[in-house]
Design a binder for this molecule. Structure first.
Ligand SMILES: *Cc1c(COP(=O)(O)O)cnc(C)c1O
Length: 374
C-alpha cells in the first residue's frame, strides 16, 4: 500500500520534532497553557494577569543571564525580523558594520543597508559554513553579527572587538539565546525570539540591552529622526518598563515562554540548558564523523553550533527521499535551509529536545539508509 520503509518503534524518536524554528514545544508548556485558561488567556494585556506574565518573563530572563548592573530586558511585537528594522531606526546612529556568513546575518545587513537615513553599511562576508568576526573600523557606531547562524549551523564567540569606543555590539541571538552560554557583558544588545531555544511560538522579540544601548535609544529618540511608532525602541523601552507592549502581544506565546524559562531555571539555568543541547549536538557530530555517508558541513570544529547541526549527505543518499520516509513516521523538519541548496539535513537540538531522542534519530537514519542503498 505504501512504499514507506517502516522504522521499528524501538528506534523511532518518542518525539520527532527536530525543527530549527518553530521548534519542539514541550507537554509541560502546553499544560501551562491549559492552566492559564481562564485567568490569563482571553484577558486584557493592560491588566495585572498579563502584565504579571510579562514581568515574570523579564525577571526570569534577567536571572537566566545574571544581568550586569543597569542591563534591562525589553520586548515588542514582530519577531527578530521586525527587530532588525527597529534597530535600523533606533540603534544605528550613522553607520553599521555587519558580519554575514549565512541568511540571517545577511538579512539584517540588508535592513540597515537600505535605510535612507543611514550611510551604506560595511559588510564583512564569509562563505556559508565559515564565519567572520567584527573588527574596529572608523565611523562605525553599531557592530552586528549573529551568535548562531541558524541557516548554516555556525556558532561564533560573542566578544566585543577592541578599539570600538562607544559603538554598540548588537548580537542576533535568535537561535542561540537559551541554548548557548554567553558573557552577556560583551553585548550591548542581545536579541532573540521565542520560537527557537525557548520552545514557544513566534511573533515577539526580546532584547537584553546594556546601559550604553539604552543611552543610544534615548539619544536617537531625542534627535528628531522620524521613527515609526511600531519600530521605535524608545516606545518599546517605555512600555517594557511598565510590563507592556505598544500593541497587543500574543498572550499564549508569553505563557509558553514563561513555562520554558521556569523549566530552565529549575534545572539550573543557562548552563543546564546549554549542556543539554551540547549533549545532543555532540551525539550528532560524533555520528556524522563515524558514518560513511555523512560529513559535517561546518569543517572547523570550534564553529559547529551546539543547537543546530548541519550534516551533508553523500550523493548516493538523497536528503529529500530520506526526509520523506521520516516525515511519514512523525520525524519532521530536518530539512536544510532552503537557500543553501545542499544535499543536507539540519537537525535542531534546542534544550527542549531530549538527547535520547537524538540518539534514536541517528539510529533511524542508519536504519533507513541501510535499506535505501540496497
Ligand atoms: C529564526 C531567526 C531569525 C528570524 O526570526 P523571526 O522571529 O522569524 O523574525 C533571525 N535570526 C536568526 C539567527 C534566526 O535563527
Amino acid at each position: 500500500m505504501t512504499d514507506i520503509i517502516e522504522i521499528p518503534a524501538a528506534l523511532l524518536p518518542l518525539d520527532g520534532r527536530f525543527g530549527s524554528g518553530p521548534s519542539k514545544v514541550t507537554d509541560a508548556q502546553v499544560k501551562a497553557l491549559v492552566a492559564s485558561q481562564p485567568g490569563v488567556l482571553g484577558t486584557s494585556h493592560r491588566q495585572a494577569p498579563v502584565k504579571g506574565l510579562v514581568r515574570d518573563i523579564r525577571s526570569m530572563l534577567g536571572e537566566l543571564y545574571a544581568l550586569p548592573e543597569g542591563y534591562e530586558v525589553i520586548l515588542g511585537n514582530g519577531g527578530s525580523t521586525m527587530f532588525w528594522d527597529a534597530a535600523a531606526f533606533s540603534l544605528v546612529r550613522e553607520r553599521a558594520q555587519h558580519c554575514t556568513f549565512g541568511e540571517f546575518g545577511a538579512k539584517f545587513a540588508k535592513a540597515t543597508g537600505g535605510a535612507p537615513h543611514l550611510s551604506a553599511s560595511s559588510v564583512r562576508t564569509a562563505p556559508a559554513g565559515g564565519a567572520i568576526l567584527p573588527e574596529a573600523e572608523d565611523g562605525i557606531d553599531v557592530y552586528a553579527w549573529p551568535h548562531n547562524e541558524t541557516s548554516t549551523g555556525v556558532c561564533v564567540p560573542v566578544v566585543r572587538p577592541t578599539g570600538i569606543g562607544d559603538a554598540l555590539t548588537v548580537v542576533d541571538a535568535t537561535s542561540a539565546a537559551g541554548g548557548v552560554e554567553v558573557d552577556i557583558a560583551q553585548a550591548d544588545v542581545y536579541y532573540f525570539a521565542p520560537q527557537k531555544s525557548f520552545a514557544a511560538d513566534g511573533g515577539l522579540w526580546f532584547a537584553i540591552v546594556s546601559p550604553a544601548a539604552i543611552a543610544r535609544i534615548e539619544e536617537i529618540a531625542a534627535s528628531g529622526r522620524w521613527i515609526p511608532e511600531s519600530l521605535s525602541l524608545k516606545v518599546a523601552l517605555d512600555n517594557s518598563r511598565a510590563d507592556q507592549t505598544l500593541n497587543t502581544p500574543a498572550v499564549a506565546t508569553l505563557v509558553l515562554m514563561r513555562a520554558q524559562l521556569e523549566w530552565m531555571l529549575a534545572g539550573g539555568g543557562l548552563g543546564f540548558a546549554a549542556a543539554r543541547s551540547r549533549a545532543s549536538s555532540d551525539l550528532v557530530y560524533a555520528w556524522a564523523e563515524r558514518t560513511g555517508w555523512t560529513e559535517t558541513f561546518v569543517t572547523d570544529p570550534v564553529l559547529r553550533s551546539p543547537v543546530v547541526a548541519t550534516i551533508d549527505l553523500h550523493p548516493s543518499v538523497d536528503s529529500a527521499e530520506l526526509r520523506r520516509h521520516l516525515r511519514a513516521q512523525g520525524v519532521v523538519d530536518i530539512d536544510p535551509y532552503r537557500k543553501l541548496g545542499r544535499n543536507q539535513i539540519r537537525i535542531g537540538v534546542y534544550p527542549a529536545v531530549d538527547p535520547e531522542d537524538v540518539g534514536r534519530l541517528v539510529k533511524s537514519l542508519d536504519y533507513l539508509v541501510e535499506r535505501l542503498l540496497t
